[in-house]
Design a protein around this ligand. Structure first.
Ligand SMILES: [Zn+2]
Length: 141
């Protein structure tokens, strides 16, 4: 079971929630709480599919490491008819995990923007299972 800090949720809504579809960022976890977020500013976005450049984001991930926060996943927005990870997302995560064998799991929340409302659907990918499953993430004040 994961938790997400309300302040992080607000940051996500203020960035991805207001950016073009397929914008994204990375998430950091400490003690099962999603407590760090870095918006990718779209520098590495392709038009049709969000692709973070993990190498370029490594300085952020290292900085988190110094605070005991570990990289836990990638969050990005989709068109509102597509609330699940795409086939490209699955392939991307598969490659990412093969390159980073220390990662046992990744969470891949999908952000949907509908009528000015921002909804987040959470998925977890387990290295062992090699598939996504829907998960619950509780909001923490
Ligand atoms: Zn996607």
């Amino acid at each position: 079971m994961y938790f997400i800090k309300n302040t992080i949720l607000k940051q996500i809504k203020d960035t991805i929630g207001k950016a073009p579809i397929e914008s994204g960022g990375i998430l950091g976890l400490k003690d099962n709480v999603i407590c760090a977020y870095y918006f990718d500013k779209g520098d590495f976005c392709k038009i049709d599919e969000y692709r973070p450049n993990i190498k370029k984001l490594n300085s952020v991930i290292n900085e988190w490491g110094n605070k005991g926060i570990s990289f836990i996943g990638i969050i990005h927005s989709h068109p509102n008819s597509y609330k699940i990870p795409s086939l490209q997302d699955c392939n991307y995560v598969d490659v990412l995990m093969k390159q980073n064998r220390f990662l046992e799991k990744i969470i891949l929340p999908i952000v949907i923007i509908e009528n000015n409302d921002v909804q987040i659907y959470y998925y977890e990918y387990l290295q062992q299972v090699k598939d996504f499953s829907s998960i619950d993430v509780l909001i923490m004040e």
